[in-house]
Design a protein around this ligand. Sequence first.
Ligand SMILES: CC(C)(COP(=O)(O)OP(=O)(O)OC[C@H]1O[C@@H](n2cnc3c(N)ncnc32)[C@H](O)[C@@H]1OP(=O)(O)O)[C@@H](O)C(=O)NCCC(=O)NCCS
Length: 154
Amino acid sequence: MSDYGIRGVSAADVYELREALLLRRRGGSPSVPGDEDPTACHLAAYRDEARVGIGSIHPEPMPDGSTADTWRLHGVAVDHGHRGVGVGALIVERCLEHAAEHGARAVWCLAPAGVFGFFERYGFQRMGDPIDDPEGPQYKLFAEIEPLRRSWSL
Ligand SMILES: CC(C)(COP(=O)(O)OP(=O)(O)OC[C@H]1O[C@@H](n2cnc3c(N)ncnc32)[C@H](O)[C@@H]1OP(=O)(O)O)[C@@H](O)C(=O)NCCC(=O)NCCS
């Protein structure tokens, strides 16, 4: 991991990897409305100045409509050749730290079944039925911030 660095970047800086790693079938715009929220956080992981991982978080109501200080973790992805060395974990932890510092009480995200295990490690739980998507079924995952803060000492 010492070869990798994580930096805050602009929304535009995460779009290329979002398209390449997360939107191969769906196409269309890589942006979501929350990207431009003034409190949004966009992170990129670098190795030798090459961008190899991304992740974003912004305030957004839960899919069920509740709005009590919920944030959405979005677009977490690591380039294939750089997976399994802790880059994704660092991105998620930094995003959650940011949301916690800005008063988030809960965080949700959409994820395919193949990455449940990754998010479950950090306390996320599945909610409801999957949403149909050209990229494959996307499941709603949810976590309250306080247990995360206790387990990570955020
Ligand atoms: C999910 C993803 C971001 C993980 O990134 P990564 O950099 O490989 O993850 P890390 O190396 O930080 O892994 C952290 C831990 O999670 C585990 N893990 C990683 N991917 C996992 C998966 N798919 N299922 C279960 N556990 C997983 C690792 O084994 C590691 O465990 P350890 O700490 O005991 O060694 C990456 O696989 C990816 O980009 N997937 C495609 C994009 C995607 O589906 N994103 C989610 C939608 S937002």
